[in-house]
Design a protein around this ligand. Structure first.
Ligand SMILES: [Fe+2]
Length: 181
């Protein structure tokens, strides 16, 4: 039987500028494809095509391996402590710069659905920023996160460590629908 996980993602390396740019674009494209296929799988399930849904989920996984490999070559995968810092930094950029600017444009253009989608993301990124911050402090002292479940709203992405609220404070979805990790 084949040894599981015998191979590892291709390692980080010094790259030509063009290759670095190409891999960055490929990382974005593969990540998007993976997300699209997961959304398409849910539609296939809802329309009564469970095996088409399975195909979409399988190809989404394949695309995610490509994204992971590109990220690895780009040097974007570190230790857990480094990864938590990078994750915190990404969330902070989205909270302080990206989504406020996007929201301002959406308001100016009176795009209501875009404002909702942006608000859901911005609020959830604030949850993530706080959770990553406290988790990083633990990991820097070699402590894992508590064993309690992490729960996520399936509509807006509101994220809590521990019990779900009765109702999502951002979008009103019942807490019983939260996904548990
Ligand atoms: Fe929600």
């Amino acid at each position: 039987m084949a040894e599981p996980f015998k191979n590892t993602p291709p390692a980080a390396e010094d790259k030509g500028a063009m290759t670095a740019e190409n891999l960055g674009a490929a990382l974005a494209g593969e990540s998007q494809a993976s997300q699209k296929y997961l959304a398409f799988a849910d539609v296939a399930d809802a329309e009564g095509y469970p095996n088409v849904a399975r195909l979409f989920r399988a190809v989404a996984y394949a695309e995610s391996t490509h994204a992971r490999n590109h990220l690895s070559v780009l040097g974007g995968i570190g230790t857990t402590s480094e990864n938590l810092k990078a994750a915190w930094g990404g969330e902070t950029f989205e909270i302080t710069e990206m989504y406020p600017a996007y929201d301002a444009v959406a308001q100016m253009q009176e795009n209501k659905s875009a404002q909702t989608s942006i608000r859901y993301a911005l609020k959830a990124e604030m949850d993530h920023q706080a959770i990553y911050d406290s988790t990083l402090k633990g990991v820097e002292g070699k402590n894992d996160l508590d064993a309690q479940a992490v729960r996520v709203c399936p509509i807006c992405g509101h994220t809590v460590v521990g019990d779900a609220p009765d109702e999502c404070p951002q979008c009103g979805t019942a807490g019983s629908y939260f996904e548990e990790f």
